[in-house]
Design a protein around this ligand. Structure first.
Ligand SMILES: [Zn+2]
Ligand SMILES: [Zn+2]
Ligand SMILES: [Zn+2]
Length: 259
C-alpha cells in the first residue's frame, strides 16, 4: 500500500492569510500546508480520505485520475469543502462515486451541499455520489480492509481508519481506552493530527499525539494537521526517534504485514 499525504495543514492552512510570522512569511517548502487529506493506493485502487478545500490542487499534484471511494473523517469545513470538485471524477468515469461516512454525518453533508442532493433549480453539473453509512467497525471497500474507531472531537465524533498495519486519525482530543486496546500493537505506520506544541480544547496537540503513538505501540508516527506555530525544519529535529512531522506531498510505502 502506498500513502500520499495530500495536505498536512490545520483548518486555516499555512501560510495563514494576513499573518506576518516567520513560518507564514518564510516560504520554506515544508511549511506550505494545504488542509489535511491523504490518498491510499492498494493494487490499483485509490481512496481519498476527506475532500479538503484544496482537493483539486492536491489530486492534480498527486496525479490521481480515478477513485475507488472517498472516506470522511468528519464534516468540518477543512475536511469537506472540496466536495464539489468530485464532479471531475464523474465526468471521466460516468459512474457515481462511493462515499463512506458515519451515519450522523449524512444529514450534515446533505445540508452543506443541498444542491447536490435535491432539486434546487440549479442546472449546472453536480457531484454524482452514492452515500454509504459506516454501520460496522469492520468492512471492505475494493482492495481495502477497513477498521474504524469513533474519537471525541468537541461536539462531534470523528472516524479514525485502520487499514492493516497503517492507520489515519485526525481531529480528535483523545483516544478512548477501548480504541487504544483495539488498535494496540497492530500499527506500523500511523498519521495522526497534532496541531502545535500548546493546548487545544478539541484537538490532541503534538505532546499528546506523541504519547498516543507510544501507547498504541506505533513504530513510525507522523504528525499532521499542523498550524503555523510549527516550523518543519526547526521542530522536526526535536521529535523523539520514530516520530516526525508530515508535509504536503510526503509519500510512504508500506509493506503488507506487521513484522
Ligand atoms: Zn481539521
Ligand atoms: Zn503565521
Ligand atoms: Zn475538525
Amino acid at each position: 500500500m502506498k500513502v500520499n499525504i495530500l495536505g498536512s495543514g490545520t483548518s486555516t492552512g499555512v501560510p495563514v492569510i494576513g499573518c506576518d510570522c516567520a513560518v507564514c512569511t518564510g516560504y520554506a517548502p515544508k511549511n506550505q500546508r494545504t488542509r489535511a487529506s491523504i490518498a491510499l493506493e492498494q493494487d490499483g485502487d485509490v481512496i481519498l480520505i476527506d475532500t479538503a478545500p484544496e482537493m483539486r490542487i492536491q489530486v492534480l499534484r498527486a496525479g490521481i485520475k480515478k477513485l475507488k471511494a472517498v472516506f470522511y473523517t468528519h464534516m468540518h469545513a477543512d475536511h469537506v469543502h472540496g466536495f464539489d470538485d468530485l464532479r471531475a471524477f464523474y465526468f471521466k468515469s460516468r459512474e457515481p462515486l462511493d462515499i463512506y461516512l458515519l451515519p450522523e454525518m449524512i444529514p450534515e453533508l446533505r445540508d452543506r451541499f443541498r444542491y447536490a442532493f435535491e432539486n434546487t433549480g440549479y442546472n449546472g453539473a453536480i457531484p454524482q455520489v452514492r452515500l454509504h453509512a459506516i454501520s460496522s467497525s469492520q468492512f471492505r471497500v475494493g482492495n481495502f480492509d477497513v477498521e474504524t474507531v469513533r474519537l471525541p472531537h468537541g461536539h462531534v465524533e470523528t472516524c479514525g481508519f485502520r487499514f492493516g498495519n497503517f492507520a489515519y486519525a485526525t481531529d480528535f482530543k483523545t483516544f478512548p481506552e477501548q480504541c487504544v486496546r483495539s488498535w494496540q500493537n497492530k500499527i506500523d505506520v500511523m498519521i495522526a493530527s497534532g496541531i502545535h506544541f500548546g493546548h487545544h480544547s478539541t484537538h490532541s496537540c503534538i505532546p499528546e499525539t506523541i504519547e498516543l503513538f507510544r501507547s498504541l505501540g506505533v513504530k513510525r508516527g507522523i504528525i499532521s494537521h499542523l498550524a503555523h506555530e510549527v516550523d518543519y525544519d526547526r521542530h522536526n529535529l526535536l521529535l523523539p526517534p520514530g516520530i516526525e512531522l508530515a508535509f504536503d506531498g510526503m509519500t510512504i510505502d508500506l509493506k503488507p504485514t506487521v513484522s
